[in-house]
Unconditional design. Sequence first.
Length: 279
Amino acid sequence: MERLPYLKLALASIALGTIVSILMMQYDWMGDAASTAAGPIDTLMDVSIIISSFVFAIVCVALGYALVKWRVKPGDEGDGLPIHGNTKLEIVWTLIPTVIVLFLAGYSWVVLNDIEKEDPNALTVNVYSQQFAWTFGYPENGNKWSEGVLHVPVDRQIDFRMNAQDVIHSFWVPEWRIKKDNVPGITTDALITPDKVGTYQLICTELCGAGHATMRAQVVVQTQEEFDRWVKGLESEVPEDLLLTADQAIELERQIQEAEQGIDGSGVDETSAENVDQS
Ligand SMILES: [Cu+2]
């Protein structure tokens, strides 16, 4: 069998990969950036796009070469060669993707480690999500709460502690890049350092019901002084039922039902043998 023109194929792949990379880099995929995590995340994204462009180019060049070179000749009715396995080829096509995936995994690990470094000066903000609204509690400021509007100081790490009251929601401010699920029964957290003053939008990115698309909140990033003034102006505290754990909420519901003597005050005692479904 004749040898493949490896050098020409490699050069063609590099040329096509370079062109695809340049084209892909023309578009601002991630949009405006407004947190310290945005830089490293965007660079990671760019590196992934460039690597993908070269993989795409190698596949296109190999496929294109095969299509042209081994195209069936007019009048050729014969079968192809019966080929069984090629150990060298299989090792190569296993090894290359493994190296690429391990490199990207290691790189992502380093970036994640870096952006999740805790700052002892962080401000804790509790996030409460429910169909279809966001509310925010400020435990370091008398546990005051804000409905539908999130204010945070600029250039200070915020430790968002997230709680879902009903179904899974997801916290996402595109300019901050970080996205985190809010899961009923547990508290998840995200460390974010906004580094640009401005007004943004918090978007729920987990399909959570009919009103999901409208589940947004205004985000205001301001100076520490402006933030202090705003938080002082908040009047009400976080309602007590938002502070319950899942177990406490179930226990509370049980007590209410007991007091009302049955589900929704129907008078049906669901603990009596007569009312237990025997089917
Ligand atoms: Cu949602």
